[in-house]
Design a protein around this ligand. Sequence first.
Ligand SMILES: Cc1cc2nc3c(=O)[nH]c(=O)nc-3n(C[C@H](O)[C@H](O)[C@H](O)COP(=O)(O)OP(=O)(O)OC[C@H]3O[C@@H](n4cnc5c(N)ncnc54)[C@H](O)[C@@H]3O)c2cc1C
Length: 384
Amino acid sequence: MSKRHTTVNVAVIGGGVEGCSIAWHLARAGVSVTLLERWEISAGASGASAGGVRHQGRDLREFPLAFRAIERWQTLEEDLGADLEYRRGGHATTTEQPEDLPILKASVRAQQLAGLDIRVVSGTDLRDLIPGISPNVVAAAYSPGDGHANPTLTTQAFARAAERAGAMICTGCSVTAISQTGGRITGIATADGPIAADVIVLAAGAWSGELAATIGLDLHCGPDGYQAMTTYPVEPHLVQVLGSMQRMISLKQLPDGRYLLGGGWPGTFSLETPRGQTNEANILGNQEAAIALIPDVAHAVLDQAWIGIDMHGHDDVPILGRVDGIDGLIVATGFSGHGFALSPAVGEAIAGLITTGWSPIDISALGLDRFDGASEASALHHAG
Ligand SMILES: Cc1cc2nc3c(=O)[nH]c(=O)nc-3n(C[C@H](O)[C@H](O)[C@H](O)COP(=O)(O)OP(=O)(O)OC[C@H]3O[C@@H](n4cnc5c(N)ncnc54)[C@H](O)[C@@H]3O)c2cc1C
């Protein structure tokens, strides 16, 4: 797609799941919006994601977004007119250490008080719930409303729906700078020339920092490379997404039987390309962590491994909203390895901010202004 307006009301920079969701929500609210993507839709973290859709284990500041997102996921396939491979089989954060049970229980209690449907499962209940689980796992924090979906399909479906609603989607279009005059956004510079815009949404993922720097803005986050990998298909049996208190692991089984392993194992990367390089030790470490939870993973042959690059907030929480002192600039970045699940609510929040002046979802704790003073992190725990 290469059609483009040279004057737009809103320019969204970045064709990841957040930018595409924002463009769709804006277009269906009747806003003239152009999305500019440097490579192709879902080229960045969104096309590399493990696709977990959970509200369990989030920072309390993200709870309003996470709750709304899970609500939206229930009808998202219908709303977008696309199969997103969304499955709601629950999420289980496991422990193999009996001495960690008090921490697990306290975390579950705190999340229950925040309104989440979550409970501790152990013993035969745990083994009935997750038949292939290792005998070494003693308990899990289980939230039945969580699940997973296909991130590439989801991002592309947001983009297609945005186009149907009237948005311009320009791929192969690299934004080189943001322009402002006297504290007011005027547009962007691209490799093909300038584009005037009243509002710019900076949703360029790991690449947001270099664009923010063109107007001297510090986003208080930096790029991070995360590993994910898939096996060849085996008999489907695992419906939950599994995490661990002791191990870096996120494990699920895709609808076709492939295991998908993640959990934040790092790799090397540069921002010149959307994917980084894996290393053998981390591939083995990731496999070992998965086998420790589901021994059957040892029988599944590894197919692919990759490194995706996401923007990591200095306090592990997204950066969302207006920027003080720069009228017309909205940031939506810093999703810190867990932004896919939030995407329907991110689009709704940012579109509301632009069309009505306020977000229908409470994102007041997620603004860049939280770094003005000492930030009070209220993390329940930081999951990948
Ligand atoms: C391996 C891995 C596993 C993950 N697992 C999960 C999970 O299980 N659950 C979950 O919720 N989240 C997960 N995440 C995180 C989630 O995928 C990200 O938080 C989310 O995809 C971020 O979306 P985004 O739109 O902000 O960024 P991106 O998808 O990176 O999109 C940004 C886009 O901006 C474009 N761009 C960059 N610079 C420019 C420019 N100058 N001009 C124009 N366009 C530009 C890029 O090409 C890119 O397409 C995972 C991430 C990774 C890498």
